[in-house]
Design a protein around this ligand. Structure first.
Ligand code: C5P
Length: 270
């Protein structure tokens, strides 16, 4: 597989270990680490939020709620509105047999998405198939190859539920690191994990492995259904590359200002 050509415009070095995927992807014009989830029931609501926040975030996450409500046109509509180089993290969390996941990833990779994800518990064969398919889909569309990251354990899952409901006897933090190593060995560019496990993953997988952390809450914010959380500054200090922060921004009276406050906290590394 040939490396993808760089696109015109500002380039931003991104981490990852998958041979053949794009080393550079155009960036939004700021240094934010926020990937803002557009968890809305309509395209209009999502696009209105994007209009208020696009200068203060690194990219947007399109997940299950929005894509099911608004359809796949939302990818192109968002890039038409904000700009063709807008980073889109397609949070599809694929988990199926390798052939089915490969087909889905191949199709998704034609949509000019910057990052997409699978569940690490789908196993090594499934993740390898997903990584190969991302390159194939992007090649077919002459698009940049999306980063493939693997969800370890959802940040809404308690250690107790992992053991009693899902039957995982390993301690949660060790299990997350085990899944992160499996994702790395399978060719994924990184993982989605709680900020509480970020330092252990960084130590196990090295500096070039991407870590995307949901479960981030500014001091005093409502945790909602998130169980394993940290503040933006703590998550970055632990080694997170990107922060998925939703409701503290989207429910704020001024979402742009809420995002800027998180950027200030995330950038305060002293
Ligand atoms: O509003 P909040 O900040 O809790 O949003 C978190 C977002 O991150 C949601 O879109 C959720 O689907 C997503 N997510 C998560 N935990 C993961 C993976 C994704 O909360 N492990």
């Amino acid at each position: 597989m040939q490396p993808r050509p760089r696109k015109a415009g500002a380039a931003f070095l991104i981490k990852g270990n998958r041979a053949g995927r794009s080393e550079y992807f155009p960036t939004m014009p700021n240094t934010s680490k926020i990937l803002l989830p557009l968890d809305f029931p309509s395209a209009d609501a999502a696009l209105a939020m994007a209009a208020q926040t696009h200068n203060d975030v690194a990219g947007f996450k399109i997940g299950l709620e929005l894509v099911n409500a608004a359809g796949f046109d939302i990818f192109a509509r968002l890039q038409d509105q904000v700009g063709p180089e807008t980073r889109i993290f397609y949070d599809c969390k694929f988990h199926d047999i390798p052939n089915t996941v490969a087909g889905a990833v191949r199709a998704a990779s034609r949509r000019n998405v910057w990052m997409l994800n699978v569940h690490a518990v789908g196993g090594g064969e499934m993740m390898r198939a997903a990584c190969r398919a991302a390159g194939e889909g992007a090649d077919a569309a002459h698009a940049a190859c999306p980063l493939v990251v693997a969800v370890t354990v959802l940040t809404s899952t308690h250690a107790h539920a992992l053991q009693t409901e899902m039957g995982v006897s390993q301690p949660l933090d060790q299990y997350v690191v085990h899944l992160a190593r499996l994702a790395q060995d399978s060719g994924c560019d990184g993982v989605v994990a709680s900020p509480l496990e970020t330092a252990s993953i960084r130590a196990a997988c090295g500096p070039d492995f991407l870590i995307v952390t949901p479960g981030v809450r500014p001091l005093g914010a409502d945790a909602g259904d998130q169980k394993r959380i940290m503040t933006p500054g703590e998550a970055v200090r632990a080694g997170a590359d990107y922060l998925v922060v939703g409701r503290p921004i989207t429910s704020a009276p001024d979402p742009g200002e809420a995002a800027r406050a998180i950027n200030r906290d995330a950038g305060n590394l002293a």
